[in-house]
Design a protein around this ligand. Sequence first.
Ligand code: C2E
Ligand code: CA
Ligand code: CA
Length: 707
Amino acid sequence: MRIDKPAVLVVDDDRTTRFLATQALEQSGFHVEVAESGARALAVMSRLSPDVALLDLDLPGVDGYELCARLRRSSGGRDIPIVVMSGMDDIEAVQKSFRVGATDFVEKPVNWIALSHRIRYMLQAGSAARALRRSERKLSNAQRIARLAWWEWDIVANKLGASEEFYKTLGISEETFEGTYDAFVRCMHADDRPQVCARVDETLAEGGEFSIDYRVVRPDGSERIVHQRAVVEVNDVGAPVRVSGIFQDITERIKVEREVRQLVYYDSVTGLPNRKLFNERFNLVIEQARRHERGLALLFLDLDRFKRVNETFGLAAGDELIRSVARRLLESVRKTDSVTRTIPEDRAPTVARLGGDEFMILIAEVEDVPHVARVAERLVQAVRRPVSLEGHDIVPAASIGIALYPHDGTEPDQLLRNANAAMHHAKEGGGNRYQFYSEEMNRSMLERLILENALHRALLNGEFVVYYQPQIDVRTHRLVGAEALIRWRHPERGLVPPMQFIPLAEESGLIVPMGEWVLRTVCNQSRVWRELGLPSIRVGVNVSGRQFAEKDFVRTLSSVLSETHSDPAYLELELTESMIMSDAEASRRSLLQLKEIGVRLSVDDFGTGYSSLSYLRRFPLDTLKIDRSFLAGIPGDSDQIAITKAIIALARSLSLKIVAEGVETKNQLDFLREQDCDEAQGYLFSKPVPEVEFLEILKTGSVWPGA
Ligand code: C2E
Ligand code: CA
Ligand code: CA
């Protein structure tokens, strides 16, 4: 039993003294144990370890000196204050007491009140010392048990001292160790040294402490991972004098942690994240989507007729099939829509196996619904390739159900349920397909698919035509140029305007061959006009962002120009403001290359995006086209008048030609003339017209309003 109060052992053969001592000391808050002889005292000691012993020197049997010496040798009495009491007023007794280990000496008769104060002070001083000794002992035990190595680097003397565990961990002997900081650093893994040294330097400069994990290499070449904490000590003026640190060998722990992690979070057949890890990620990703107001897609994939594989070929073959499907899924989520690039692993969609033949694909960075549809289509295609099982080629198939956040649900459970329902739908439809949870998504995706196929066919069947819209000199009304605008002559739907198919063509990549076709058509047309003896005019061709970003664009353009024997000076490429500003540095390089070929460059839809003036100045541009939305407000809207004026002034200052688009009224034309705008294009002069009609305009050489 441990008593909260400090315990005092009083040893005296005199009953009265024992009584008085007990009275006084208990009143002062001590717990008191008494013994009337040395033998009794030793017996009490073995039961209770007192904090202080009070001994009468003159005892029967074992006398006070003897008792004191024996107490000092016992484990409980080694560190406690021992006060001896004696009526004998002689120096010799005092000296003898101190020789056998007494801490203090009091004369009888004792002043108990004074003594109890004295004991209290002794205890206070003693307890600090005892605590320190105790903690030192504990520390060294703990260090040994925890395999904690300790080191201390005296910066001034450049000496490094260390504990036994330090040498053991590093696999070196104390005798051969050089004992410097550099020698210690040499024990670290070469790849980790820079990091560790940087942290040490940093802490030396800023003070304080740091912790870091790094690898050490033993002389036999084996590696250990250690976790280190170190602290910098400074002198009176703040200069670092010592760094001391402890490190712990955590190699096993890390290994076990990895193994446990693998077991807990990954599927043992495929190595993919399992249901548990998937759920954790799913919650996290939904949280992020909520925070950033982004969309996210959950794809529930289930193999078609997987049970049959298991039944026919056995479980091992089933696992083999699951493994190859897993590989294919991983491969295809890392592919982007362009063939050349792959998505870095940490940003690719998560693929997890829920068990059986069920997989989950989580797309965290959803651009739009068609993007999800393309990924799903790719996954369906990837699964549908032959696998060889036990000498038989089988062609697996998968059904995928898709739920979209937030459209089809905002909670994980709801999304899972809906993706699962959509997957069953896909199966009912015959499998080997994907299906959105919402009907409207399915419908719009189907329409897109049909349109995309039709576009492909249109290019092959020559269903596209180019219309031309005249550009007129504002003052003279002379024809100075034209803009080429594509049209689709759909066999059933008639003339389809570009806004209904250009966006899809851009997404599917079809815009690239389509744009090349427009360029070629325009160049050929210009040559025909020239051969007819008509004056050459500048023709603007719209270039889409996707085309412009294509690394072959410059080469394609120059081969079209040379194949059609065209003069690049009459070809003007129209690039939208947002397109060239999105990556201004890269645009500048491309524009310079295009300028080198000799074509003219114009900024289309100017005023709708955000232009950096400094870039605008550094781009090799020729023309600026004011977006027609500004003209629409003229003459009524004072804001738009002000903006249009400002754009014209800006273009002037950059020495660019200005073409106003969408000029529909006489008022607008008057305004443009007043503002000193160069050219105009719009219904006021002419709508875009087919080539045969444009030929007539070209022959006339000028267009008057309302013509
Ligand atoms: P854009 O480059 O801004 O072309 C001008 C559009 O304004 C044309 O529409 C034209 O018909 C229309 N427009 C011309 N004058 C007026 C007018 O006075 N009032 C009104 N309200 N509109 C006028 P369109 O031909 O339907 O073309 C639409 C867009 O499609 C074009 O806008 C361009 O971005 C794109 N586009 C057309 N052809 C091609 C092409 O060959 N390649 C690429 N990449 N894009 C094209
Ligand atoms: Ca244009
Ligand atoms: Ca435009």
